[in-house]
Design a protein around this ligand. Structure first.
Ligand SMILES: NC(=O)c1ccc[n+]([C@@H]2O[C@H](COP(=O)([O-])OP(=O)(O)OC[C@H]3O[C@@H](n4cnc5c(N)ncnc54)[C@H](OP(=O)(O)O)[C@@H]3O)[C@@H](O)[C@H]2O)c1
Length: 271
């Protein structure tokens, strides 16, 4: 259960990701009375969620110290939001940020504390199946890391990183990764149509294949390459298709190029 050591928790930005986190915390047993959601224009669903669990939902950050402040505003909203939130930060506050591209040093400067943990979740966090990279600032302590790890664990799997610079790779891999699989579904459905299937049929089959393959990866300890070999008989249909996908200019090369481009862009956008 979250929050053995957690006191008041402020969520800055109750948008898509922030609300997914807050829902996860409540589900994990975090005391609703210790949670404050801050958002100047919350969506109706957020108003309903706050009402349902009697969570405080306010326009501006309350003027009292928080045990943890979770930053979930858009990067461009960060400077203004952080300036207003600083009054909730004192020496006992842990800052946990999910804002893409806002560096640990920017967070430290904005909040005037070294107790900073930076994370990069992805959208499957919305359904508790997220993959999150997480890294602590040099001046963050064990308490900060433990609390941040607990808070992020409700979104799915959390992987600790040794250095902040690795967040660019995480952003390119898992942060943006869901889009690559969505593209794969589109491409597989289109290829099925080329082979004579009705578009709707091809899309149902492609979508469900991703869902099913994902469930198998999730359910079994077997590594993906073994799962792949298990469904590939010699000289069979899968083998013929994989020969194309695993060719010299196949998926491995494309993925390496795609992730390198994504990581470079992530570096460029960082603040
Ligand atoms: N979505 C993803 O896949 C993903 C993955 C990893 C990290 N992230 C990061 O997660 C963060 C949130 O993303 P999101 O998709 O959840 O965005 P979002 O839905 O736009 O949520 C941000 C929320 O913060 C509110 N806000 C704006 N200014 C504020 C202020 N001064 N104080 C408090 N709240 C304020 C926004 O209100 P308005 O709508 O009225 O502006 C909005 O409700 C971003 O920094 C993003 O980089 C997202």
């Amino acid at each position: 259960m979250i929050g053995a050591q957690a006191g008041p928790l402020v969520l800055l930005g109750a948008g898509k990701m922030g609300t997914a986190l807050a829902r996860g915390w409540i589900k994990a047993g975090f005391a609703a009375e210790n949670l404050t959601l801050v958002d100047p224009q919350p969506a109706d669903a957020v108003l309903g969620f706050a009402r349902e669990f009697a969570i405080s939902l306010v326009e501006t950050v309350p003027d009292r110290p928080a045990r943890a402040l979770v930053v979930a505003v858009k990067p461009q909203q960060f400077p203004a939001a952080a300036a207003k939130a600083r009054r909730a930060v004192n020496g006992d506050t842990t800052i946990v940020s999910i804002a893409a591209g806002i560096s640990i040093s920017s967070l430290e400067a904005a909040f005037g504390t070294g107790r900073v943990v930076r994370t990069m979740p992805n959208t499957p966090a919305l359904v508790g199946k997220g993959a999150t990279g997480i890294v602590a600032g040099d001046r963050a302590g064990k308490e900060d890391r433990d609390l941040a790890g607990e808070l992020m664990a409700v979104t799915g799997k959390v992987v600790w990183l040794d250095h902040e610079s690795l967040l660019d790779a995480v952003t390119a891999l898992s942060g943006s990764g869901p889009a690559y699989f969505f593209l794969m579904v589109e491409a597989m459905a289109a290829a099925g149509v080329e082979l004579g299937l009705e578009p709707e049929t091809a899309m149902i089959l492609a979508r469900q294949t991703l869902v099913g393959a994902g469930a198998l990866v999730d359910a079994e300890d077997t590594p993906p390459d073994e799962l792949r070999r298990n469904v590939t008989s010699k000289d069979g249909v899968t083998a013929a298709a994989l020969e194309v996908l695993m060719g010299e200019d196949g998926v491995a090369l494309l993925m390496a190029r795609a992730l390198a481009a994504g990581a470079a862009r992530s570096r460029d956008l960082g603040l």
